[in-house]
Write a protein that binds this ligand. Sequence first.
Ligand SMILES: [Zn+2]
Length: 459
Amino acid sequence: MTSDTTAALRARVAELFPALQADLEALVRIPSVSAAAFDQAHVAASAAATERLLRDAGLPDVQILSAPRPDGTPGAPAVVARRPAPEGAPTVLLYAHHDVQPPGDAATWDTDPFEPTQVGERLYGRGAADDKAGIVAHLGALRALGLPDGADLPVGVTVFLEGEEESGSPSFRAFLEAHRDLLAADVIVVADSTNWKVGVPALTTSLRGLVDGVVELKVLEHAVHSGMFGGAVLDAVTLMSRLVATFHDEAGDVAIEGLVAAPEPEVDYDEAAFRADSSLLDGVSLAGTGTVSGRLWAKPALSVIGMDVTSVAEASNTIAPSCTAKVSLRLAPGQDPAAADEALAAHVAKHAPFGAQVTWRSGEQGKPFLAPGDTAAMRAARAAFTEAWGTAPVDVGVGGSIPFIADLLEVFPDAAILVTGVEDPDSRAHGANESVHLGELQKVVLAEALLLTQVGEGL
Ligand SMILES: [Zn+2]
């Protein structure tokens, strides 16, 4: 790629950006919350709006499609738009999602979540970053490369906009399998993650996996009087607490035998920033050892996310016969979820306090993701990001899971997957006052246009 090409694209993106921002604002005004309790007509409306945008952008073949969820109900509408590859050129699949998280308590927002509001360089609104900005990034790259005329587009493109990512992508696997030929690509760009900070781009090279399950602990056939029996028998909540306490060591690292950790990341998360971002109270120390980013991205993490015990209001002087806890274990990149589930089951059995009857009921399992090292597609992406920002991207991990990435890898094992994004640490995806940094979004558009050009020139 010549510097002339880069300069021309940069100018073109700058010229196109006001219209792109207006398109993003129109999308944010559609409250396309995919959670079941919300009106799904809005999700249909956002599918229709993005379909129009893609058609107007010059993609000739645009469809709204869905696949059945595991329970047999239809999945949310996804939009798939294609432009076939020129003879001999590769095809790139551009992924984003058009559904959003619920807004949460409106009182915690400084602006109306569904009325996009620009303050300084940031645009506020639910979905402004996650992930309607991802849609606009794809759209902007295609416009910058000469669509609707299509004269300059050197690759085949398939834009795939999912409609239920924020609800756990229940029909995703069935969708991939049903539309395998439509979606097949050489390179997959998943624009649903984050950059390192404003001014420093990133490629997401690892994501943690997840297993969860329920521990049931029983100590008595039925509840008994604590005055009559207390002292010679411990209640189930106390025993569950002793069991839960074995999940971590003194430093707060997960103490379940047999779990793996990944190497320490190349960048660290500043401890003061972490304390502020997580709202950790003064005087509370951080858990775990090693770098903060390593604890978040490269190591397992276990939380007790629910417990069935008698409520304080209904408490009486009885010894609880049983207690149930739901446990969620985030998995380090490289960890096999089935092995982690077995390790949890073995740990719970081994640490049953006072011989209490303990059972483990396995729940959900999601695979972690670890990008294959230094592929041609990764090199092309790094070069494009470096051009767009003037700064080389860093490799980051994400402590959460994007389970559909594992599905993409399984259904398209030969495709190179690039996980990119438009967020920065202030984006507050899923939270109140979600926002996107418009200057960064413009760089994302340029980087993606440069990447498509590079892929078209050959990897
Ligand atoms: Zn997202």
